[in-house]
Unconditional design. Structure first.
Length: 319
């Protein structure tokens, strides 16, 4: 398994190299995701590549971070000069990631949305977003562009606000190097089923990233993995195993009162445990239970995943 963790959980006083050294000392975490331009403000891409190599870390990908200049929107900003700046920022993020040895850019459009009625020309502005992504995908056709959706925050309503809307946008963009990153807590906020979305993207070869975390559905809580929704997390893992997905799992959690290194290692241990449990029951066996559409068989499966299945149930799980 490949794991990355959130660099900003480790940053103190804006010292990116020190944060990377702490991540490199975190057991089982060999990858890192960086924000652009945030994490490159004091370290140029060539120097970042040298530092990552020195520490034995691999860049999974860059993520765009649009700040105050873009509060009225990134790719649908009414000011074409600002919209162009957002597209250029994303292109620079692509080039920086490529310099550091990665082929992935994750784009979350936190400001492309609206707060009031009569504030958005929905179809026209969605097309402006689509054309921006097409330009990014064509910038380097060998480089993957991944859309990360979120239903709200920073805006009251996001333009790309759900899994269904993400699929629609991917279809409209129509580029082979464009896919999606699924953030577990964002999906809960949108009322989406994480495993449902993962299974469809896996089927299409469009799952470019997984951000695991947890939350209480209403907000982007960034809680430790499996702390609230263990079964939904294991169901997603089942589909990753079923489709033999080999990407990097990114811990997008927000330790505030917890030590970042201890929290990351706990996330890793949780994910490894969940993988072990799913493998122990068996992908084929779980597939049979799912295809039966039998609620009792599904509950017995959940009991076994918890390690409390009695021998009475063992022969009945494969229905």
């Amino acid at each position: 398994m490949k794991f990355a963790t959130r660099l900003n959980s480790f940053v103190s006083g804006g010292d990116v190299p020190a944060a990377l050294r702490r991540i490199a000392a975190t057991e089982g975490v060999d990858y890192v995701d960086l924000n652009y331009p945030e994490h490159f403000e004091s370290v140029e891409p060539e120097a970042m590549k040298a530092l990552l190599d020195e520490l034995g870390l691999t860049l999974n990908g860059n993520a765009t971070r649009f700040r105050k200049q873009f509060v009225a929107g990134e790719f649908s900003n009414p000011d074409e000069t600002i919209r162009r700046a957002a597209i250029d920022l994303a292109k620079d993020a692509i080039d920086a990631a490529a310099t550091c040895g990665s082929d992935l850019l994750t784009v979350w459009l936190g400001f492309d949305g609206y707060d009031f009625t009569f504030q958005k020309d929905y179809a026209a502005d969605l097309q402006r977003i689509v054309s921006a992504f097409q330009e990014l995908a064509d910038h380097r056709p060998d480089f993957r562009i991944s859309i990360e959706y979120k239903p709200y925050e920073e805006r009251v309503h996001s333009m790309i606000n759900s899994f269904g809307q993400t699929l629609d946008v991917i279809t409209r963009i129509d580029r082979p190097n464009l896919g999606a990153t699924l953030d577990f807590a964002h999906m809960l906020m949108a009322g989406d089923q994480p495993a449902f979305g993962a299974s469809l993207l896996l089927e299409q070869g469009k799952l470019f990233g997984i951000h695991l975390n947890d939350g209480n559905n209403a907000h982007d809580d960034g809680l430790m993995i499996g702390s609230i929704h263990p079964f939904e997390t294991m169901e997603m893992i089942y589909f990753l195993l079923r489709h033999e997905w080999d990407g990097v799992i990114y811990f997008d959690t927000f330790p505030i009162r917890e030590d970042a290194q201890d929290e990351a290692e706990t996330n890793r241990a949780t994910v490894e445990l969940f993988f072990e449990k799913v493998k122990a029951v068996g992908v084929n066996r779980i597939t049979e239970v799912i295809r039966s559409q039998d609620g009792i068989a599904a509950q017995r499966l959940r009991n076994e995943l918890l390690g409390i299945g009695s021998s009475k149930y063992q022969g009945e799980l494969a229905v």
